[in-house]
Design a protein around this ligand. Sequence first.
Ligand SMILES: [Fe+2]
Length: 286
Amino acid sequence: MPVSNPLWPAQLDHFRLDSDVPQALCAFYCQALGLEASPQADGTTLLDGPGRRLLIGTGRRGEQPFIAFRLPNTSQLAALAARLTDRGLELLPSPTPLFQVGALAVRDPDGRQVVFGLPRPHLSPGGRPTSLGVLPGRLQHVVVASQNLGPMLRFYEHGLGMVVSDTVREEDGTPTVGFLRTDPEHHSFAVFRAPQSRPDHHSYECTCWNDIRDWADHLAGLRIPLWWGPGRHGPGNNLFFMFQDPQGYLIELSAELEVVPDEVRGRFWKHEERTLNLWGPGFMRS
Ligand SMILES: [Fe+2]
């Protein structure tokens, strides 16, 4: 695929989530997702487990200041920087402590920073297995809701170079959701049309359906109820369920996410509940 596209391939590496009570949020995530906490020099806390990691910081409740994608080498990062500059985007210093010197960021139409870089060697993704983190779940995508869907989709597709896998649209053709990929997996990022711009969910890809069962049993032991699902999404064809963190941010466990052939771009789905859950009720953001 897009050999001339310097964003290809890239994978979601981590994101930052803020809270006015960060310690309580850290405790929830460590238990729920089997993560270990370690303080960072910038005041954030790294929550780390096999294949998954995030940063929690002190700030406005539920804010997601940035999402960070890793690239495989410095030459691709340099080519991406050139592309972004060529598109007229302002390159900002990287806000994450987890990437090497040379990482960069740009700001999307909703104000969120998107960071690109290479992981620091001793913090390679998926690094440390933990005693709690026995269940498989690789941080795979984040999804946001936006009141600026058109500008957001244009920014992520034409500005950054993500590839559109699927679009959900109204009868008259108005888009309501865009799913975008940065490697052959169906989406590493998506935007839902919504009355307010906000984070929507973050997703952890499991190895199979039985992992989904085991995660649900693990959460049952913590008395954390499922919020939506289990079900199967139309776009992406993945099995899923979701649960909420204490701030209402949704966490998804997923399996069987579609691997998209290179030639597939821009398929369309009808704006209806069935698109979001082939098995039953959908969660409609608009
Ligand atoms: Fe998802």
